[in-house]
Design a protein around this ligand. Sequence first.
Ligand code: NDP
Length: 296
Amino acid sequence: MPLIDGNAIAQQVLQEVKTRVAAIAPVVPHVAFVRVGEDPASVSYVNKKQKTAAEVGMKSSLQLFPETVTREELFAHLDALNADPSVHGILVQAPLPKHLPETDVFNRIAPGKDVDGFTTANIGKLVQELPEAFAACTPAGVIELLHRSGVKTAGKHAVVVGRSLIVGKPASLLLVAKGTDATVTVCHSRTADLGEITRQADILVAAIGKPRFITGDMVKEGAVVIDVGINRIPDASRKTGYRLVGDVDFDAVAPKASLITPVPGGVGPMTVAMLMKNTLRACEHAIRPPSVSFAS
Ligand code: NDP
């Protein structure tokens, strides 16, 4: 049961980003974060992203708003970031309060600065397989993990469990795209006989949000298993009182898998690395629009 080491692969990606950041000096890629409220997971994600940006030589900034922020106030801030030529990437950290529908907020971001890849424009570009598309960071990280681990995807049956805008849907689009060429099945909460389908997967991507949901009997011998899930479960032995587990029952599934990502240390670090890569590409495009390829 060899592990896919997300930390090591993320470090490779970050090292490549760092080299390219140094090459475009004195321009410094700048990613602007926006956080609404004090959700502890959001605080920790944005902190981690800002720390990583600094490590690869990028600038980051953070605007905090209270949960009571109005749509007008938030949109005015996003409009200002869109218009600011020194800002290359914009990321609004989800979740947002109910009065701020996520798709409305994401769509306020200029597509060229949408380094999270959630705008209608970028999802359309992803469907059209345009090289300038920004793919959402977590599914982009899943594909990068597969490619850099030498997993053959062409003609393989990839089963994605989950159809969210953030993970499941873009993951299925990336898996089916030319170059990756998997045959893709997407499952969700209304899927009948889920185990029957997951057992057919050569590559199984779990993005469900339920701790250890994928059990040993749902996985074929030799499958590659990518666990996107990050779930907190109570653990009295930890100082924090919790620990993180994935959507896959690791202990039961790992002996059957030919490759598997751990949680933590699998997909998680890749999400941050792909955000840095997207920000770099946004910056490169801003300074050299006609000639630079977005795909690299
Ligand atoms: P969502 O809650 O938005 O989506 C969950 C998906 O799982 C939905 O499509 C849902 O189906 C499906 N689902 C729920 N229950 C079942 C079931 N019983 N059988 C089959 N499918 C089911 O979650 P996200 O996509 O945002 O996140 C998924 C997981 O990935 C979470 O654990 C999250 O924390 C993690 N995550 C990790 C990231 C990382 O950096 N590693 C980044 C983002 C998320 P339906 O649509 O029918 O409701």
